[in-house]
Ligand binder design. Structure first.
Ligand code: CUA
Length: 418
């Protein structure tokens, strides 16, 4: 009897001691993780608290005070809970008189949160409606998501430039826009639901097959702004990135001119010329390069719809005008030059970006690995035999079993696509 009692009291002493200790550890862990996150946020290219355009600024104007209000309420609730826990802690006192109901308090505690929610919802709905406005846009970019990259195409239009865009442009990975202009994004998807999000420029917009969702994008100053697909979309969802490069109006005009410039065939007898033949034999079925001719002199027309589930593959006409490849996941620029471009002052950014990828700054390593075995670099359901659901079509780039010699040729050829 006594033994049991002693045992019980020992246990309760132990548990009383271990509970606060575990609580303390947990609190320390929460504070530690919080500090870590705060530390990471200092150099975060996808920081929604660091708006770089008018739309993101509207979100910021709304979220900071809601965040502060929610924080204050959170602190009050925690303080009250802590007070109740300590005040009414079991110290062996007699059970107090039991009562039920307190209409005044209950009504008060129903009305107060309702008022707070109304106070939050009115400006929230107002901001949502303001962000949905698109009638003040001056430039159209169509955005199409697919597993696992983004395509941007610029239709023929009067907008974007004083003289408009007179020839369609198709690019991927990096969307180029004029700075300080409201751009209308018309987005959709070719396979599953994706979500387009450049946190420093605007909120998320889901991109849904069979629907066109619009979004307004504006960047105050020239610069580059990162984002990533924000809706789980399969195996390489985490490798589906995107970037927006905002250029000065003159720089944007130069970019358009280069994107619509004619195909330049490699000089006969060079490694790049061998690369052109290798490209035609291995890549041109899916990847379009505008102006590329078949060996019989007819224009090569890629037919990705016959090979890829989404029915599209990135257009590589001016690959080296972009800084990234494979869903903006790997850099075409060597790391030192990438840092220069990403950290450039707004007044220097446009020229640096328009340099594109030159011989000197070409990150050959990642592109070589990619050509060697792309499914090993980016998970992509590359084996069509395992994919009855897609009628044997690939979800991404398959393993091509290229020789090192063929890869050398392709790199030389692609490096000239600027
Ligand atoms: Cu596309 Cu996640």
């Amino acid at each position: 009897m006594r033994d049991t009692q002693t045992g019980t009291s020992l246990n309760s002493v132990n548990s009383r001691r271990s509970v606060p200790r575990a609580g303390l550890l947990r609190s320390a862990a929460v504070v530690g993780i919080g500090l870590l996150i705060a530390g990471c946020a200092q150099d975060a290219p996808q920081d929604t608290w660091d708006p770089a355009g008018s739309n993101a600024q509207e979100i910021q104007d709304l979220q900071w005070w809601i965040f502060a209000l929610a924080g204050i309420i959170g602190v009050i609730v925690m303080v009250v809970i802590a007070w109740v826990v300590f005040r009414y802690k079991d110290r062996g006192q007699a059970i107090p008189e039991q009562s039920h109901g307190n209409p005044k308090l209950e009504i008060g505690l129903t009305i107060l949160p309702a008022l707070i929610l109304i106070g939050i919802s009115v400006p929230t709905v107002g901001t949502l409606m303001a962000l949905n406005e698109t009638n003040d846009t001056e430039c159209i970019v169509n955005v199409t998501g697919q597993q696992w990259w983004w395509e941007y195409d610029y239709p023929v239009q009067d907008g974007c430039l004083p003289g408009g865009i007179t020839e369609p442009i198709v690019t991927s990975g990096q969307m180029v826009i004029p700075a300080d202009m409201n751009v209308l994004i018309r987005g959709t998807s070719r396979d599953v639901i994706h979500s387009f999000w450049i946190p420093r420029l605007n909120g998320k917009r889901d991109m849904v097959p069979g629907r066109i969702h619009t979004l307004r994008m504006q960047a105050e100053e020239p610069g580059i702004y990162a984002g990533q697909c924000a809706e789980f979309c399969g195996l390489s969802h985490a490798n589906m990135r995107m970037e927006v490069a905002a250029l000065t109006p003159e720089g944007f005009a130069t970019w358009v001119e280069r994107q619509t410039s004619d195909y330049v065939a490699p000089e006969a007898g060079t490694l790049a010329a061998e690369g052109e033949a290798t490209f035609l034999a291995n890549c041109a079925r899916c990847h379009q390069i505008d102006g590329l001719l078949n060996s019989d002199g007819t224009p090569n027309v890629a037919r990705p719809d016959e090979n890829v589930y989404s029915g599209a593959a990135p257009n590589l006409s001016h690959l080296m005008s972009r800084n990234t490849f494979a869903g903006a996941t790997w850099d075409l620029l060597i790391p030192s030059q990438r840092d220069v471009v990403w950290n450039a002052d707004p007044e220097d950014f446009t020229d640096l970006y328009l340099q594109g990828v030159t011989d000197e700054f070409f990150n050959e390593v990642d592109l070589r690995e990619w050509l060697r075995n792309s499914p090993a670099k980016k998970p992509m359901y590359a084996d069509p035999l395992k994919l009855e659901a897609t009628d044997g079509l690939y979800r991404g780039m398959p393993y091509l079993a290229l020789s090192e010699e063929q890869i050398d040729q392709l790199l030389a050829y692609l490096l000239e696509r600027n």
